[in-house]
Design a protein around this ligand. Structure first.
Ligand SMILES: *Cc1c(COP(=O)(O)O)cnc(C)c1O
Length: 438
């Protein structure tokens, strides 16, 4: 048993300080030891509840230990269901693929093949890029400002944020980063710039294999692309012989009110990446949806041991059956999102911030990073887990479980308000002190 000692001012087991790598991150923002979790709450070792507005960065869309999902997993494990089968056929995989076809693909008239990649989002992104390169015979990939696609060497090449990129250079070469929708503000039409650049054989940008983008940039600061922008990217990509890859790892699985975030954008991407919440239970699982004409893989060409997490297949199938066999849940999420964005806009107005985001991926943008960090810290002290995002971590990201109740959501935002009050009054005090000193 490990000793409990004080380090970093907190009562934490010394084993973390002694042997866990310096790379650890979220634990530094939330320095408590979690034990139980249920619904919208995590509980620390002493039983103190924390409302979860981070939801495993969007990998717990149905909350913690969602009961119908948990029951199917327990039943499966207790019956000695196969746990790991690489990419062999299994009863659990049959159940998942069937549920996916029946609850998602057929009702939406979507014709996709499903590739099981390694169980992280980053690897599915890499699989998609490899496939687009193979199909087109081209190397260059178009990615976008503030995009986040993961931290493996290939996916990192597409990611914008320099604090991630700085770790290892050179990254995947032949990536061109272009301005995302509204990157220069609402008056600059970045789609027109991109069209001009890519249709000009003298722009110096090599013809790309693919355009890779998120419809809502979760890590990038809750930036949203418009339907017209997405449509123009898809039209342009096809005009120049490139594929569209939508990274739906964070914005998908219902986060914007539809199963796929592109459903209300008027596009059908050539490849769609899902990870995070696809298993429905926080278990690792990742897939690439591929339009059949692009599925030109040779057997085993993108191989990997852990592509058959049967426990994740079981929970993913249970989640699809429970939440996606009719449109009740989607409607509920859309209604919640509408209420939520109203409240967030109110808060923004009251405190001089900007409201951002879509669905239940919302953000409050601060004019300075310190205030945003102070609010996050004050929220945690009051029992709310909430993260920051954006290029300078200046956006407080509101990412509750989609299953959150109205009163839990109100409680969370009340904590945010009270944190804002504290931070505002202390920065007003500081401003007064500074004025008095001059
Ligand atoms: C989290 C995330 C990834 C990376 O997924 P991992 O499972 O962490 O590799 C990629 N793209 C987006 C949009 C994400 O939010």
């Amino acid at each position: 048993m490990s000793e409990t000692v004080i380090f970093g001012g907190k009562n934490l087991p010394d084993v973390y300080r002694d042997i866990e790598s310096e790379v650890r991150r979220y634990c530094r923002a939330y320095p408590v030891e979690f034990g139980r979790a249920k619904g919208s709450y995590l509980y620390d070792r002493l039983g103190r509840p924390y409302l979860d507005f981070l939801s495993g960065c969007g990998s717990l869309n149905y909350g913690h230990n969602c009961e119908p999902i948990r029951e199917s997993l327990m039943e499966y494990i207790l019956s000695d269901g196969v746990a790991m089968s690489m990419d062999m056929y299994s009863v659990a995989k049959t159940g998942f693929l069937t549920a996916l076809r029946d609850a998602i693909l057929v009702p939406r008239q979507l014709d996709f093949h499903v590739q099981f990649t390694w169980p992280t989002g980053a690897n599915a992104v890499e699989a998609a890029i490899k496939l687009a390169r193979k199909f087109t015979g081209r190397a260059n990939v178009i990615a976008f400002t503030n995009g986040f696609h993961g931290c493996s060497l290939g996916a990192l090449g597409l990611t914008g944020n320099s604090s991630h990129r700085a770790s290892s250079k050179p990254l995947l070469t032949q990536v061109t980063h272009l301005p995302y929708c509204d990157y220069f503000g609402p008056t600059v039409d970045t789609a027109a710039q991109i069209e001009k650049l890519l249709l000009d054989s003298s722009s110096g940008i090599d013809a790309p294999a693919a355009f890779v983008f998120e419809t809502v940039q979760g890590e990038g600061g809750a930036n949203v692309c418009s339907p017209i922008w997405a449509q123009r990217m898809q039209r342009l990509a096809h005009e120049i012989g490139a594929l569209t890859i939508v990274d739906d790892i964070q914005a998908g699985c219902g986060r914007t009110g539809n199963f796929f975030s592109f459903e209300d954008l008027g596009i059908v991407p050539d490849i769609v990446i899902m990870a995070k919440s696809i298993s429905g239970f926080g278990l690792p699982m990742s897939i690439a949806f591929i339009r059949p004409q692009y599925d030109i893989w040779n057997p085993g060409e993108h191989n990997g041991t852990f592509r058959g997490n049967n426990h994740a297949f079981i929970t993913a199938a249970a989640a699809l059956k429970r939440y996606w066999s009719n449109d009740r849940f989607a409607t509920e999420v859309k209604e919640k999102a509408m209420l939520a964005s109203g409240v967030v806009e109110n808060i923004a107005e009251q405190y001089g911030l900007s409201a951002k985001g879509k669905g239940l991926l919302l953000g409050l943008e601060f004019s300075n990073t310190q205030d945003c960090a102070a609010v996050k810290e004050a929220c945690f002290q009051d029992g709310l887990i909430i993260e920051t995002s954006g290029p300078k971590d200046e956006v407080l990201k509101i990412l509750p479980p989609l299953t959150i109740s109205r009163s839990e959501f109100d409680d969370g935002l009340q904590i945010v308000r009270s944190a804002l009050n504290k931070v505002h009054s202390s920065s007003r005090r500081l401003a007064t002190v500074a004025r008095a000193a001059t």
